[in-house]
Design a protein around this ligand. Structure first.
Ligand code: SF4
Length: 416
């Protein structure tokens, strides 16, 4: 497998967190790792969580999630509150409620980008006849373009199952042929609901475990499956990864950067960013951290000139004649009228699970952690862990629990 650089986020220096604003949802996605409910978090409590999040991480971006967060009647106020702290704000939405009017309201509040979750296991009322990932292209197109024309950066999100792994090609092809999805977040199906059943056997205070969560009986998709797939079908290497909190050889969180040149008929050619280019970006990021005391997060270069510059720099830094020649050919293609350039980042995340020793494994640094009962917790298992980490235990007991769950690696130790 490819060399891949290990990401540099760690502990308090991980620049991103999720804040959950409600449980309510207008869809019923097959593998949602959240418990469904009707709860809407009061604005004052959300603000409290946001303030606490800023004590736990040197944040550069905050994502608002649910349920379906756009069903929260005061979401624009939440966006405004976080934006006033000088960070980027993202919303994770299924896109069903995103009218022009609502998008204008969010834009006015300062929203930077929206990850729209669309996949073939959602039973969407706006795409009742779509059975495959490919058949969802028109709806993806429509929502992503609507977001963009209202001044917000669109991004795509989906869950990938073993049964849809063979359709990943259709999704990647779609992304490489559009300018409207510069970032794609793919959650690999993992049995996080079934995890609570396995978990209850392991934790002694099992009376608190959620008993209602049922396994979906689907086969899980692993980071290693993605690495093999992207190499086999696109010749792409994972450029950067995070391992797990328990196994430094595992790749649970994988990152790819691809630049594509798109013809008017939507055919395209592409090239991966080089390792050396990414190392250079990471060095710049460390400099940014040294000056601003926080790492960058979620940068999608937009200007065509910047993208061409990045492409040339990446090729030259690769020191590979073949890469330089391919890049020169792609830039020649770009000169033709009607052709355009697109920047695409792919993130694949394998949610938490129990390893063969019965230990909880999750992505190292967990870039998508949330706040639960005063702790930073991977959002993919926040509902499963919630009863286990209920408030109340004294500091010593809680510290033991943090250690036992491996959460000490993503929580900031208390002073003194
Ligand atoms: S462990 Fe964190 S980064 Fe990994 S899938 Fe879960 S929430 Fe996402």
């Amino acid at each position: 497998m490819s060399k891949s650089i290990v990401g540099h986020f760690k502990g308090k220096d991980t620049p991103h967190i999720l804040i959950e604003v409600n449980q309510k949802c207008n869809l019923s996605c097959k593998a949602c790792y959240k418990n469904r409910g009707t709860y809407t978090k009061p604005l004052a409590l959300i603000k409290e969580e946001v303030d606490f999040a800023f004590t736990q991480r040197n944040l550069e971006a905050v994502t608002l999630a649910g349920g379906e967060p756009t069903l929260h009647p005061e979401l624009h106020e939440v966006i405004r509150y976080i934006k006033a702290k000088g960070v980027k704000v993202n919303v994770l939405s299924n896109g069903l409620t995103l009218t022009d009017e609502l998008l204008r309201q969010y834009n006015n509040a300062g929203l930077d980008f929206i990850h729209v979750h669309v996949d073939s296991h959602q039973k969407r009322p706006d795409a009742v006849h779509a059975r495959t990932e490919k058949e969802l292209d028109p709806i993806r197109d429509e929502i992503l373009k609507r977001i963009k024309r209202n001044g917000i950066m669109p991004a795509l999100s989906l869950t990938l199952y073993k049964s849809t792994l063979s359709q990943l090609r259709d999704v990647v092809d779609y992304v490489l042929a559009t300018e409207y999805a510069p970032c794609v977040l793919v959650t690999l199906y993992s049995d996080t609901r079934g995890l609570s059943e396995k978990f209850s056997k392991r934790v002694k205070s099992s009376k608190n475990i959620i008993k209602t969560s049922k396994s979906h009986g689907e086969e899980e998709v692993l980071g290693a499956d993605i690495e093999a797939y992207m190499k086999q079908h696109y010749g792409l290497d994972c450029l950067l990864h995070y391992s797990s909190n328990k196994d430094t050889n595992a790749k649970r969180w994988l990152f790819y950067i691809v630049l594509s040149i798109i013809r008017p008929d939507k055919t395209f050619e592409y090239i991966s960013a080089s390792y050396n280019y990414l190392k250079f970006q990471m060095a710049l990021d460390k400099l940014h951290n040294a000056i601003k005391k926080r790492y960058n997060f979620a940068i999608f270069p937009e200007s065509k000139a910047l993208l061409v510059f990045a492409m040339v720099l990446s090729a030259l830094m690769s020191l590979q004649p073949r890469t330089i020649a391919t890049t020169a050919r792609l830039l020649w293609m770009l000169m033709k009228p009607g052709n355009t350039i697109s920047f695409n980042q792919f993130y694949f995340q394998q949610p938490a699970g129990l390893n063969e020793n019965g230990e909880l494994e999750f992505c190292a640094a967990c870039p998508d952690a949330t706040i639960r009962n005063g702790l930073v917790v991977p959002v993919c298992v926040a509902d499963v862990l919630s009863p286990v980490i209920e408030k109340g235990p004294n500091d010593e007991k809680r510290n033991r629990m943090l250690l036992d769950l491996g959460l000490d690696s993503i929580n900031v130790p208390k002073a003194g």
